[in-house]
Design a protein around this ligand. Structure first.
Ligand code: GDP
Length: 138
């Protein structure tokens, strides 16, 4: 079993579609083994996305991620990291595959509905960033 960190982003919480996103996650065979709704501070968003700090879109990314609540989750399945990336779809929803979360719900490359860890190392860092061990019930 593998774990990955998911974030349901502000464009989804503001449109009241977190349940619809969760249905797609569960239908794909991923189990939501931890979940909480939080409002990120600018410092938290900057730290979480530190790898992008030199990118042109960094400020708008931080502004967007702090603009409304997010739902952070730990998902578990065999090969959870790759499975979740597959059902999320590509970063830019315009070219995402039919049936993916981003193709179905995302509004643009920045308002793209979900985040998912991209490697085992990021998954560990990102899960530890938001959750303590006692908050995760597998
Ligand atoms: P992801 O792993 O598919 O989420 O993509 P990345 O890790 O490359 O980027 C992190 C997030 O930054 C993306 O989900 C987008 O919200 C945002 N982002 C990435 N590339 C761009 C871009 O070219 N323009 C803008 N505005 N946002 C971007």
């Amino acid at each position: 079993m593998e774990r990955t960190l998911s974030i349901i982003k502000p464009d989804a919480t503001t449109r009241n579609i977190t349940g619809k996103v969760n249905s797609m996650i569960e239908d794909a065979g991923l189990r939501i083994i931890a979940q909480k709704r939080i409002r990120l501070t600018p410092l938290q968003a900057e730290e979480f996305y530190a790898e992008h700090k030199d990118k042109a879109f960094f400020t708008s990314l931080v502004d967007f991620m702090t603009s409304a609540p997010v739902v952070v989750q730990v998902l578990e399945a065999d090969d959870a990291i790759a499975l979740y990336r597959k059902i999320m779809g590509t970063t830019n929803p315009a070219v995402a595959e039919e049936g993916t979360i981003r193709k179905t719900f995302a509004l643009s490359i920045d308002k793209n509905t979900v985040h998912g860890s991209d490697s085992p190392e990021s998954a560990k860092r990102e899960i530890d960033f938001f959750f303590s061990g006692t908050e995760i019930v597998g």
